[in-house]
Design a binder for this molecule. Structure first.
Ligand code: ZN
Length: 321
């Protein structure tokens, strides 16, 4: 992990979260569920131990329904709200809504929107949203894979619909394919979506040949057992050239840390240094074409120690890039 370097006063990053994000707890329905509030608490503990890197912390507002409708159907939003109001229940075998979950999901999505607004307004160049529930499996009309609303897709869609961006790059390095994000953007030319993930693995999509209607979806699947060398090669060869050609005005990262070797849900063997390396590569491109603007949002990562140290290393590198 890199040593802490004090940030320059001109560009403190932004950290957004909301206490409601800690209230969503699928263990109320499945006691052994891996998506726990402790995940976010451990990340915040690691960042606090680094004096929050000098970043400004803000409270994530709730997303407005009109914002959610940028990527979700009204029917989907209503379904999550009503299930939550009714006290909660199962959406599928591993996706649960509890009474606090709608509010948590609203603030997670709202954090993505507010972070994007702040960066596009020039209030900072860099931001990390420590929010949950995560979002990248959520499709326009369906919650799945622990995800209710697609936070990262919302950030990209909002930047284009309302904040003047013409091209947004979304990078997903969560170990699971970001099927929801791919589905949301697969017919658009103003969002380039790239995912590097283990395959085969949940949700089963993300093959190298899936490229979207206009070749704006890039998949870099890795095999179980692959480590940093294969990750870096796929990243260099399949993702970076497309990113450089696309010249995005904003970069959004689906930052899951479940490709870490300690993670119980997958079988890649990344370590903190691999997330640092990828972050640095993204920062280099951001500096060249996106005025340094990078929004990063928490997705998966289920080994508490690996998650906290990886997220802290990633955020530290965002600051130093
Ligand atoms: Zn994941």
């Amino acid at each position: 992990m890199p040593e802490h370097t004090p940030p320059g006063p001109a560009h403190p990053g932004l950290y957004l979260s909301h206490p409601a994000c800690l209230e969503h707890d699928p263990r109320a329905h499945m006691p052994e569920h891996p998506d726990t509030p402790e995940r976010l608490q451990e990340i915040e503990r690691a960042l606090a131990a680094r004096d929050w890197l000098g970043w400004e912390r803000r409270t994530a507002p709730p997303a407005e329904e009109a914002q959610l409708e940028l990527v979700h159907s009204t029917r989907h939003i209503e379904r999550i709200r009503e299930l939550s109001l009714a006290g909660g229940g199962a959406i599928d075998a591993d996706t649960f809504v509890g009474e606090p979950s709608y509010r948590a999901a609203l603030h997670a999505a709202g954090g993505a929107c507010e972070m994007t607004r702040a960066l596009m307004a020039g209030e900072s160049a860099l931001g990390f949203c420590g929010v949950r529930p995560s979002g990248h499996h959520a499709e326009p009309d369906r919650a799945m894979g622990f995800c209710l609303f697609n936070n990262v897709a919302l950030a990209a869609a909002l930047a284009i619909a309302e904040l003047g961006a013409q091209r947004v790059f979304v990078l997903d390095w969560d170990v699971h394919h970001g099927n929801g994000t791919a589905e949301i953007f697969r017919r658009r030319t103003d969002v380039l979506f790239a995912s590097i993930h283990q395959m085969p693995l949940f949700p089963g999509t993300g093959a190298i040949g899936e490229s979207g209607e206009f070749n704006t979806v890039v998949n870099a699947p890795l095999r179980a057992g692959d480590g940093g060398e294969a990750f870096r090669a796929a990243f260099e060869n399949r993702i970076l050239p497309r990113l450089r050609d696309f010249k995005p005005e904003l970069i959004v990262i689906s930052a899951g840390f479940d490709a870490h070797m300690r993670d119980p849900l997958a079988n890649l063997n990344l370590v903190e240094a691999d997330f640092v390396w990828a972050t640095q590569k993204i920062m280099d491109v951001a500096d060249q074409c996106a005025e340094g603007r990078v929004v990063s949002l928490l997705e998966g990562g289920y080994d508490l120690e690996a998650l906290a140290s990886s997220a802290a290393a990633h955020v530290t590198t965002l600051m130093r890039g």
